[in-house]
Design a protein around this ligand. Structure first.
Ligand SMILES: Nc1ncnc2c1ncn2[C@@H]1O[C@H](COP(=O)(O)OP(=O)(O)OP(=O)(O)O)[C@@H](O)[C@H]1O
Length: 361
């Protein structure tokens, strides 16, 4: 199975965000590029040579489901920041449509957009964007102040989210008195204070050192479990994408290379570019038994232990290797197939992701 790019129908879908045929082209007479197939199909270099334009976002279509963590991943310059800014029209798209809760955002006027940006979306930036002369509590409640909420309401809500992100006790400090990780917690608290429908993260942890970065990823995963917000999360870091993303959109030169779950990218890379991207991922930590189950042979005894298809290969390794019979993979009482030592070792020991193929069911 190769993960498919999705082409959503905003009227039919229950997506929170639905993006269709979205383009952002920078340069002279940019709007001719999406309209003219002879220009639209040029690669980055040729497009620039012929028109002086760069397509930062190139014909993207995808849905984000309510409650989903949707990760946009790609190397520097692949168009991630431009894409996330197009979603709320902080950058005006050149072509395509954006539906949010069924509303056509490209038809919204500036006043409506400001209201939406203030009440429905919150952004968390790489460089925190905190106000240096305001204490933590006042940074967190700033958005509520802009919205005109009363002081007691602001304080109550700010304290709630400060507690939620683990900043209690630091309310009266100024940003410069905090470490990078703590400053980003303030950024998170500020984003949550507005109680938005969607949190947009633009490489929020890139400036943090690796240990703090991992801690913050765990924090975001926990917050997501606790508050269940829809998140669009931009990163160039594959392990971060795999850790956080329900689905991952991999971009290259503005275009979608693959959209799928982490295990789809790792187990069924759409092309050599994705294969190279995921080459060093420990596959046993990402692939589930679904990817390596096979039909039993007629002579095989089917009285071995049972596991579900969504168990990670790493977690199943010991049981499978210790069992003298094939382990059965069972979902809802139905036998999907079996796993043997060979299948496990192929994933644990074989670095080539093209070796695995998922089984249906
Ligand atoms: N205002 C602009 N004018 C012209 N070109 C731009 C502009 N903004 C972005 N670009 C170009 O669009 C492409 C995508 O940029 P973008 O910043 O969205 O990528 P990115 O994946 O977010 O990269 P990074 O991680 O380095 O921020 C790049 O080639 C960039 O040079």
């Amino acid at each position: 199975m190769t993960a498919q790019l999705e082409y959503p129908d905003p009227l039919a879908s229950d997506a929170l965000l639905s993006i269709q045929d979205l383009w952002k082209v920078f340069g002279p007479k940019a709007d001719r590029v999406p309209r003219r197939p002879d220009l639209a199909r040029l690669d980055r270099k040729d497009l620039y040579q012929q028109t002086g334009c760069t397509a930062a976002v190139r014909d993207l279509s995808f849905d984000v489901a309510p409650g989903e963590v949707f990760v946009v991943m790609g190397l520097s310059g692949s168009g991630k920041s431009t894409l996330v800014r197009c979603l709320t029209r902080l950058i005006e798209p050149t072509a395509g449509s954006i539906y949010f809760e069924g509303e056509d955002l490209r038809a919204a006027d500036e006043k409506r957009l400001r209201t939406l940006r203030r009440s429905k979306f919150s952004m968390v930036f790489q460089h925190f964007g905190l106000l240096p002369h305001r204490k933590v509590i006042d940074n967190v409640s700033y958005g509520l102040e802009v919205r005109g909420e009363s002081k007691p309401d602001r304080r109550r809500r700010a304290q709630e989210v400060i507690d939620l992100v683990g900043l209690a006790g630091n309310e009266q400090l100024y940003p410069e008195q905090l470490s990078g990780g703590m400053q980003q917690r303030v950024g998170l608290a500020r984003a949550l204070a507005n109680d938005p429908d969607v949190l947009l993260f633009d490489e929020p942890f890139s400036a943090l050192d690796p240990l703090i970065r991992r801690e913050m990823q765990t924090e975001v995963a926990r917050l997501h479990r606790e508050v269940g917000k829809t998140m669009v999360f931009i990163t160039h870091d594959l392990s971060e994408a795999l850790k956080l993303g329900d689905r991952i959109l991999l971009m290259r030169d503005g275009a979608a290379v693959q959209l799928g779950t982490g295990d789809e990218l790792v187990g069924a890379p759409a092309d050599d570019y994705v294969r190279e991207f995921v080459r060093d991922v420990p596959r046993a930590d990402i692939l589930t038994l679904r990817w390596i189950v096979r039909q039993p042979r007629p002579d095989e005894q089917l009285d071995g232990p049972e596991l579900g298809p969504d168990v990670l290969v790493r977690e199943a390794t010991r049981l499978v290797l210790e069992s003298d019979r094939p382990v059965k993979v069972v979902a809802e009482g139905q036998l999907l197939g079996v796993i043997d030592d060979e299948a496990i070792l192929a994933v644990v020991a074989d670095p080539d992701p093209s070796a695995s193929r998922p089984q249906d069911g």
